[in-house]
Design a protein around this ligand. Structure first.
Ligand code: BG6
Length: 470
């Protein structure tokens, strides 16, 4: 048997969240509206005109007021790292102002103070599906080049304010998801059906330039800061051994890998240029853009929930349920209650693929099972017996250990939603990921009280033993 050490010393164990899915307080402290405040059904669904009462995100799990209590619970599990996002519209309520909103900045000072108190390293996402609504409505989001400057100002403000106490930063959450959810991911107000590929790829280009500029600015302010890109990862398998299917996989992979290829290498790969050529896409890339792109990332982070198949046969349906990307369902795999197919080995495969391709440190910043939980009473204590969640996470972490044994350089692992939060795709709270149960229901009722699930102790033990208990 392989006796090589699995998880390295200093491995960053923890959990990951996003502002709009936990904070609530959508109009407090001078916060402006974000695209989340007008998507009550989730980012996969069309927007509405303004905030509506059925939007669970407006109050979410009230982390804005309960952050100290929640961080203390993370500390009790032994978290080494906590990933959260800054709500851009707390710092720049409209997005295009010259000066930031001090109240918003002060809130994240308080969060950072609390993390520091418990010795938990912060990992901050600058843009997690939270573009200020004004930027979507006035500029059509990232389609407009002006967004680069607004984002740069926002990033600089955050780096200057927090850069001496925050080492790890991510520029855009799941940047490749803009291919599928242009409003949710890119603040692009033009309805998806009317958005041209030309505008979509120009928007992508603007995001990639903005990300690279943020990296340059961070290094100018404090070279200790480590900047990562963040992509939605999903290994794609050929549905059959037919070479047509293998080519379909290659093409589908390229569509996603382009984002991190540019982030890591600093220029567009040949396959992307071919795609632009053959689809009549003419990107406006200035000399300054090309120069900016050379500010490449320090590490590559990604989410992992599921794998998918591809087929070269146009009659095969490619709309598997329940995920942003679509794809052909895998006949050999089971799925979660939301139709996301469960594939622990896929995580090992993706870790190897990314490490082989880029030789950059990797960071798994999302992984987990969204499931319906039942609050029960055991010995007078309210809890959830979530053995299914423990099994999911354990199986995935065993594969992470395999990948580390394969030689992959991995900085850390943060589960998605260590505390129940509002789902991104469907805006439900009943799609629970947490080790901590939050008493809130899809109809908005509930006390917001927190309860430890069975998985709470399980994860604490995994961290305490640095993976030895898996
Ligand atoms: C990722 C997002 O797509 O998956 C998160 O970065 C999201 O914001 C997570 O919550 C899980 O998806 P969902 O739809 O179950 O919340």
């Amino acid at each position: 048997t392989d006796t090589a050490p699995r998880f390295p010393e200093g491995f960053l164990w923890g959990g990951a969240t996003a502002a709009n899915q936990i904070e609530g307080a959508y109009a407090e402290g001078g916060k402006g509206l974000s695209i989340q405040d007008v998507t009550p059904q989730g980012i996969m669904f069309p927007r509405v005109d303004g905030p509506t009462e059925d939007n669970l995100k407006l109050e979410a799990i009230d982390f804005y007021h309960r952050y100290a209590e929640d961080i203390a619970l993370f500390a009790e599990m032994g978290f080494k790292v906590f990933r959260f996002s800054i709500a851009w519209s707390r710092i720049f309520p409209l997005g295009d102002e010259e000066t930031p909103n001090e109240d918003g900045l002060a809130f994240y000072d308080r969060v950072l103070d609390e993390l520091e108190k418990h010795g938990i390293e912060p990992l901050i996402t600058l843009s997690h599906y939270e573009t200020p609504l004004h930027l979507a409505e006035k500029y059509d989001g990232w389609v407009n080049r002006d967004l680069i400057g607004f984002y740069e100002r926002y990033a600089r403000t955050c780096f200057e304010r927090y850069g001496d106490r925050v080492k790890y930063w991510l520029t855009f959450n799941e940047i490749n998801s803009v291919l599928h959810i242009p409003f949710g991911s890119g603040g692009i107000n033009t309805p998806k059906e009317q958005l041209s590929e030309q505008d979509l790829y120009q928007a992508i280009h603007h995001e990639l330039v903005a990300s690279a500029r943020a990296t340059r600015v961070a290094k100018e302010i404090n070279p200790e800061m480590q900047i990562g890109c963040m992509v939605l990862s999903m290994p794609i398998y050929p549905l059959t051994p037919n070479p047509d299917d293998a080519v379909a996989v290659m093409n589908a992979d390229h569509a996603n890998l382009m984002f991190s290829d540019v982030h890591v290498r600093g220029y567009y790969p040949g396959y992307a240029k071919r795609f632009f050529r053959e689809n009549g896409i003419e990107l406006n890339i200035t000399d300054q853009d090309a120069e900016d792109l050379t500010n490449t990332v320090d590490f590559v982070s990604f989410s992992y929930y599921m794998s998918i198949c591809e087929s070269g046969d146009p009659t095969v349906k490619a709309d598997g349920p329940g995920n942003i990307m679509g794809g052909v369902p895998n006949p050999t795999l089971e799925a979660s209650e939301w139709g996301w197919q469960i594939d622990p080995q896929g995580l090992r495969i993706v870790l190897n693929q990314f490490w082989d391709r880029w030789q950059k440190p990797l960071f798994i910043v999302e992984n987990g099972l969204g499931a319906k939980d039942q609050l029960v009473e055991v010995d007078g204590v309210k809890t959830v017996e979530d053995d299914y969640r423990i099994a999911y996470l354990n199986d995935h972490l065993v594969q992470v250990g395999e990948a580390i044994a394969d030689g992959v350089n991995l900085l850390g692992y943060t589960t998605w939603g260590p505390i129940d939060l509002i789902s991104a795709s469907t805006a439900q709270v009943s799609k629970r990921y947490g080790f901590i149960y939050v008493d809130r229901n899809d109809d908005g009722t509930g006390s917001l009280d927190r309860y430890k699930k069975k998985s709470f102790d399980w994860y604490a033990e995994v961290i305490r033993t640095n993976g030895g208990s898996l």
